[in-house]
Structures are given as C-alpha cells and as structure tokens.
Write a protein that binds this ligand. Structure first.
Ligand SMILES: [Zn+2]
Length: 118
C-alpha cells in the first residue's frame, strides 16, 4: 500500500534536488566567468547564503550526493528498479533509502563492497 505514492514523492524530491544542484552549478560557473579573482572560497560563500537553493545544495554536498547519483536514482525509479540492491537484488531497507535516497546497494552489500575496497 502507498508504495507508488512514496516513489512519486521520492522522485519529485530527487528531481528538485537535481534541479537545485544544476542551478547552483550554472550559477557558480556564471559568477566564475564574469568576475575575476573568483575562486573556491567564493563558492563556499554562495553555498552558505540563506536562499533555499543554496541550503538544499549545502545539504546535498554534506550528504555526498552528486548530479550523477541523483540522475541514476531517478533513472532507477523510471525503470522500476529503485530500492533494489544492484548486487544481490534484495530490497533495500526503507530507513536506509530515507537516509540515502540514492543508495544503490543494500546495507550488507555496501558493507561488503567497502570492506573489499578498503
Ligand atoms: Zn545487496
């Protein structure tokens, strides 16, 4: 029950975040192009201002999301594979998806992959 509705909500959130991230990247590139002496420190300032896009952007950077991760999560919703582990095809636990909407692996596989990669 309500699963499709949840997915639609998640998708909307992801698209919103993707848009905010995109807008900020474009905005940053704009200011880089028009002002000399603009560098990374100024982008940090932009991310810290009080506009809602900047707040979303900041949150996402804190969460480590990238445009690519967001785009892939949206693709997975569209293909109907969202919330399915790419490794073992088990459903990814709901609390994990809530914390990490773009997670591609269940916690067990993620841990194993990280252990192997370390
Ligand atoms: Zn798995």
């Amino acid at each position: 029950m309500g699963e499709d509705k949840d997915l639609i909500g998640i998708r909307e959130r992801l698209v919103e975040q993707l848009r905010a991230l995109n807008a900020d990247v474009v905005h940053d590139l704009d200011s880089l192009g028009t002002e000399d002496g603009t560098h990374l420190a100024d982008i940090e300032d932009l991310a810290g201002d009080s506009s809602s896009d900047a707040v979303i952007f900041e949150r996402f950077r804190a969460g480590g999301a990238t445009l690519d991760q967001l785009q892939r999560a949206i693709d997975r919703i569209d293909r109907g594979t969202y919330g399915i582990c790419e490794e073992c095809e088990a459903p990814i636990a709901a609390p994990r998806l809530e914390a990490l909407p773009f997670a591609t692996h269940c916690i067990d596989c993620k841990r194993r992959l990280e252990a192997e990669g370390a």
